[in-house]
Design a protein around this ligand. Structure first.
Ligand code: PMP
Length: 345
């Protein structure tokens, strides 16, 4: 890996971050807060939240088996995706490499930040070749984006290829594990100490059942996390979100139970979906959704919409012609989908 200073935009490396009132005062004993121009009434919403979300990170760290200083929290993982561009990619100069198809925000954030986005097609099994990705990189490539299980294909990427990228590439590797809870393959979080150029993304939006509170996690070396914290908005994770996330973590067995149920439902839905006349192929999934090749994705999508059932038409995406992406729901929702499709002619 190149030195972190060499990978970071010079203006960001030199940046003196905004210091908020709650950054300056870190003690716990005070009871009179006259430092932040807040309204003294309407407790607790009158107070700014902890800018570094320390209580939440203390709870999260043992669950994820990392140290609090290896955690960045943001307004969804989308915030972390945007911040890595802003921290490491000089607009109009640097570039990133990513697999294709994959989660659309990597490209949108590249475009917003005016960074050249180089995508490398997956093969027919929806796997990537590390050599192909590395061949697309040059000395101005700062980031490589990988997503495993991948969206929209649903499958885990081969661990050996992921490892080859991390160990060979001299920039930063962003490994998006938004759906890892639904996979039987282990997360790369336990490898964080081994790989100083690895940033793992996870989210409260999927297995944790908290898409509405907008909370994403990035895990990396303390040096990388410091850079992300330096450029984020001071109070990027609001008080309600921090509280709700801690409530959810107290109830972690519930999350594990949901995951178990959703994996069982995935198997049920894949089996019943494969038997439908309109289904041509189901792609194997390690996530809480699967990709299905159907006879006519647009017509079936429209037919389902008319019945009030929404799936995702991924036909316009590379390698996904006539594919629908179906999220696993409750047994009742899954049966409504199957019953509707049985009647499709
Ligand atoms: N990564 C992947 C692979 C996703 O599919 C999504 C959302 N669909 C996200 C990240 C965004 O997650 P968040 O809700 O935390 O912004």
């Amino acid at each position: 890996m190149k030195a972190l200073k060499e990978l970071t935009r010079p203006n960001i490396w030199d940046l003196k971050p905004y210091s908020s009132a709650r950054d300056e005062y870190k003690g716990l004993e005070a009871s009179v807060f006259l430092d932040a121009n807040e309204n003294p009434y309407n407790n607790p919403y009158n107070r700014y939240p902890d800018p570094l979300q320390r209580d939440l990170k203390e709870m999260l760290a043992p669950i994820k088996k990392v140290k609090p200083e290896n955690i960045f929290l943001g307004n969804g993982s989308d915030e972390a995706i945007d911040l890595v561009y802003r921290a490491f990619c000089e607009p109009d100069v640097d570039n990133v490499v990513a697999i294709d198809p994959t989660y659309g925000m990597y490209k949108v954030c590249a475009d917003v930040n005016n960074v050249d986005y180089r995508n490398v097609l997956l093969n027919a099994d929806y796997q990537f070749s590390a050599d192909d990705l590395l061949a697309s990189a040059d000395e101005r490539t700062k980031l490589i984006f990988l997503c495993s299980p991948n969206n929209p294909t649903g499958n885990d990427m081969l661990r050996s290829e992921i490892e080859k990228i991390i160990t060979t590439f001299d920039g930063l590797v962003i490994l998006d594990e938004a759906y890892n809870d639904f996979s039987d393959r282990p997360s790369f979080l336990s490898e964080l100490d081994k790989y100083p150029n690895l940033i793992v993304l996870q989210t409260f939006s999927k297995a944790m059942g908290c898409a509405g509170i907008r909370l994403g996690m990035a895990f990396a070396s303390a040096e990388i996390i410091d850079i992300l914290n330096k450029i984020k908005y001071p109070y990027n994770v609001n008080l309600l979100t921090q509280h709700q996330a801690m409530e959810m973590l107290k109830n972690y067995p519930q999350v594990e139970a949901w995951v178990k149920t959703l994996i069982e439902e995935r198997a049920y839905l894949e089996k019943t979906f494969s038997a439908l006349p309109c289904t041509e192929k189901i792609y194997p999934s390690d996530a809480n959704f699967f990709l299905a090749k159907v006879t006519d994705a647009k017509a079936i999508y429209d037919y389902l919409v008319a019945k009030g059932i929404i799936v995702r038409n991924r036909s316009s995406i590379a390698l996904c012609k006539d594919c629908l992406r179906v999220t696993v729901g409750t047994r009742e929702e899954n049966n409504q989908l199957i019953e509707a499709l049985k009647q499709y002619k």
